[in-house]
Each structure stands twice: as C-alpha cells, then as structure tokens.
Design a binder for this molecule. Structure first.
Ligand SMILES: [Ca+2]
Ligand SMILES: [Ca+2]
Ligand SMILES: [Ca+2]
Length: 324
C-alpha cells in the first residue's frame, strides 16, 4: 500500500506591508502544485486539494495524470471567541479567506489588498526571465515567502538567492486574510458566515523530489491575530475530505501518537477499477501535524462528517453541505 502524507506546520510571524484600499469580493483562483508523483490545486481562498470549478471536484491527483484522486477538498479553519462572540474563518469547500493583509489603525482592524497579493508559484530551475512569479518573489519575501539565501547575508538578493523553499521541487506562497466580510458566507460549507476573526494566514506549500518525500505535500501555516481584540478559546482545525477513488468503500481513522488522520479503502479493491476508481491495491492518504508549538497544539480531536443521505442522520452542522 502506497501512502501519501500531507504535512502541516505552524510558526509565529510578523507582517510588514504597505496599504492600498480594496473592498470587492475575491475572484477565486488556483495554482496547481506539482510534485514528482502527484499534483493538486491550491486556491486563493484557503482551499486546497479541490479542483476549482462549478461543482465540488476532487483535486489531489495521485499518481499524476492518472485521473484518479485521493482528496475532494481541504482547508484550515479557525474558531475563536472575539469579545465574547464566537467567530469562524472556515475553509471546507469554498473558503472564507482572500489574498490580503490587515492594518491596525484607529483601534480597529483595516483589511487591505493590492495586485501583489496573489498566489505565487516557483519551480526548480525557474528564473526571473521565464516566470513572472519568480521575478516578483521579492515582493513577498518581507511578508514571509521563503528563499534560499545563497550568499548568506540574511537578505533576499534577486538574481543571486533562489526563490522558494530550499531544495524544493516547487513552492507556492500566498498571504491570506479572512478580514473581508464579503467572503464570509453560510454557503462556505460548514458553519460559515460569522463576522471575520481578522486573522492573517501566510501559507507556503511545497514538494520535494527525494524518493522518500516525493509523495508528500508540505504546508506551513503562519496564523496571526490581526484583530485589536484577543482571540479566546481558539481552535485551529484542518478540514480534510478524503476520497480514495470511489468514495463508497472508504474508511477513516486517526493515530493520536503521530498527530495523524488518514483514510483508506476498506478492502483491497477500490470500486470496479473503472473510471476514477483505483481498483486493486488502492492507495491510502493521511494528513499529519508535523510541527507543534508548545504542549497544547497537538491533535486534540478527530471527527468525521457524513452525507445527509446516510443513517443515522448526523446533526445538521456536520452534514455535507448541499451544493448544486
Ligand atoms: Ca542573500
Ligand atoms: Ca474507495
Ligand atoms: Ca471495494
């Protein structure tokens, strides 16, 4: 059985940027993260592993170009109390985030964005001449975009340093915020539509082509409270809708020691082997929290959701959302 892992890491951060006004809802966009053995979309709304389109469409394609998929949709969700009010910034099927950042001015959070805030993708061997994202990578370095400091001077030097995570095959970076009210909707998927929490989320996603790491999608989230009020009783949760080819014969589980959630086929034959099903010896997929800051940030719960057509009926907020 081949296992593919998705790994998340959390780090504290600071933000430095310059303001421009912006008040429109986000136009959804994606860039495809390409690994040596798989490919998967990364959205500008906090969603990953879903193909952007009219319908909810699985996105984590493994092996690449196989037209077989392991995940339908994923995203980091934040739940917290702000001044006693429960607020959420969710990313399950649509995503309540958008590229941008937040200033604190006049004792209130002010959400900003500009044309520089978007998905950036660089691949090994790219340069400023063949990839505009590479040419403009320096715009995002002060925000948190990673690079290999080739001349070891702790400064990004265009043309000398190498954009992206050191030794990665490909790196995607985007700075997101949930601060735009227009992107909070009860149609998000699960429990969306609250006022913003005013978080900034800097997301780096990358792949390696080392044989032992080639099936892993690495994600690093840097989450910062940019509200003027504290976050209280804050939970970060990773929504992960796995789907091993034909979803009708899938099981899930978790490993609390490894901070790992996973999905696998209940028998050794996924679907019929026709179409998008894997057939014999299907793969499994998991998501693991690799880095935790302090003692209270490991996996504290693992929960499932089911379709509303299944008995027993789950409580409403844990049903899959209707979407047509
Ligand atoms: Ca340098
Ligand atoms: Ca299956
Ligand atoms: Ca089966």
């Amino acid at each position: 059985m081949k296992i593919i892992f998705v790994v998340i890491l959390f780090f504290p951060s600071l933000l430095f940027s310059s303001p421009l006004p912006y008040n429109l809802p986000v136009i959804k966009a994606q860039k495809i993260l390409v690994g040596r053995t798989f490919e998967t979309p990364i959205w500008n709304t906090g969603i990953f592993n879903q193909q952007l389109g009219t319908f909810i469409t699985p996105g984590l394609q493994w092996p690449e170009s196989s037209n077989k998929f392991l995940v339908l949709s994923s995203g980091l969700c934040i739940g917290t109390f702000v001044n006693g009010q429960l607020r959420l910034a969710t990313a399950s099927y649509t995503g309540e985030f958008a590229p941008g950042y937040i200033l604190n001015a006049n004792n209130s959070p002010i959400v900003k964005t500009n044309e520089a805030f978007k998905l950036y993708r660089v691949s090994r061997g790219d340069n400023a001449a063949n990839n505009p994202d590479y040419a403009n990578w320096g715009d995002m370095v002060s925000i948190g975009a990673p690079y290999e400091d080739v001349n070891l001077n702790f400064t990004y030097d265009a043309g000398i340093d190498i954009a992206g995570v050191k030794n990665s095959l490909q790196t995607i970076f985007v700075c997101l915020t949930d601060g735009f009210v227009a992107n909070h909707s009860s149609m998000e998927g699960f429990s969306g539509g609250t006022p913003p929490v005013f978080a900034e989320v800097k997301l780096t996603v990358w792949t390696y082509d080392y044989p032992e790491l080639e099936d892993i999608q690495f994600l690093r989230y840097v989450v910062k409270n940019k509200n003027v009020a504290d976050f209280k009783n804050t939970y970060l949760s990773m929504f992960f809708h796995a789907q091993i080819g034909d979803s009708s014969d899938d099981y899930i589980g978790c490993d609390t020691i490894r901070n790992l959630g996973y999905a696998y086929n209940k028998d050794n034959m996924d679907g019929t082997g026709e179409g998008n099903s894997y057939g014999e010896t299907p793969p499994s997929v998991g998501i693991k929290q690799l880095n935790k800051v302090g003692n209270n940030y490991g996996m504290t719960s693992f929960h499932y959701v089911t379709g509303e057509q299944f008995e027993p009926k789950p409580v409403y907020c844990e049903m899959m959302p209707r979407k047509s």
